[in-house]
Design a binder for this molecule. Sequence first.
Ligand code: GLU
Length: 446
Amino acid sequence: MSVRVRFAPSPTGRLHVGNIYVALNNWLFARQRGGSFLLRLDDTDIERSTAAFAAGIETDLGWLGLTWDVFARQTERLATYDAAAVRLKASGRLYPCYETAEELALKRKIQLGQGRPPVYDRAALKLSADERAALERDGYQPHWRFKLESRRVEWRDLVRGDEHIDTASQSDPVLIRADGTYLYTLPSVVDDIELGVTHVIRGNDHVTNTATQIQIFEALGSKAPGFAHLPLLVDAAGEGLSKRLGSLSISDLRAQGLEPMALNAYLAHIGTGDPVVPVRHLEELVASHDLAKFGKSSPRFDPAELLHLNARLLHLLPFEEARAHLAGVGLAEVDAALWDVARANVEKIEEVAEWHRICRGTIAPTLADLSFGQAAADVLPPEPWDDGTWKNWTDAVKNATGRKGKDLFMPLRLALTGLDHGPELRLLLPLIGREKTLRRLRGESA
Ligand code: GLU
């Protein structure tokens, strides 16, 4: 049986790094096994789901290269859920309940007061057909609960190892609300069955759903798929990322000019124990992917580490690969020579703009000592220049002025670039050219 996994976001918000961490692990798992990756939009919450969020999910995954082989949208599959619900009702596993939220809250309070676990007491199962009919005549619409088998449900989790949940300690979960809409639990199982999902790889916030879902698979006559529950990402302080999701949305990271492969490489490595290294193509992450490398402890997501990886990735990026991205950030004029000099000095690609301006545009005068500038200008060699020109020139300036070391180099760097740091001047000088160099040494804007 060929492997099929799914990424199943709800289009009720923007994707964030935690979602992509789950999506990427699914994608890599599928690719490693020659399997397929399903993108499923869990959009049954019609009040909170929007077309814009759905489109955003596709844009974000597309940007990261996490292509999907199959696409499904739950709101287009409601008839399938209805058919499954009919079967579960017929077998007595789905039963109608009429308690109001207030009644349920009161029951829980009483149970807790008596020191008992607040598990639903199945009172609705004791209603006769006449009592149910009377309630419905009085305007009560039923919600529907799944009748759990009271037993220990076990599974071998591909991340967490042997797991079990005793469903005797759980309330029968509501699968269908009184207004007829589905909660996530049943549609997810029906889709996993009908769309041939072999492995459910998701965040460990879903561990508690797993026993219920395994029982629903079985109640529908299917074998449960494999499960893998990834530890959720935390921030540097060890807190869940949820509070800061705004700043870690994929659309924001894209807008900040981050390389998609920096994010992919970072998210593929954190939590595995492998060193975080720059990787240029998704395919290079496939071979080493292994869910068993994850433990139960939460990987730390550190934006500073991501930025650092982005910088390391840019250093490796050949011009041919950088060209389209440069054009995308308005830097189509940057050529290979400039890219090769600038790429080691930027954390984000858009920062190349500064080196483009310094080499090809105009900077304000920064020369403090005009007589030193003039002395340096007087011995500036004629073009053509290459990366040996800097040495020859600065030797001549040293002879002419008696300056050396920092006193020699820093004023020249400042005069030529306006900055006290940056790429090696022997590489920059030929890009700046003689005319601009002369004018900058005379303290002019050039
Ligand atoms: N829509 C669910 C979520 O985003 C999917 C959970 C699952 O993968 O089963 O949490």
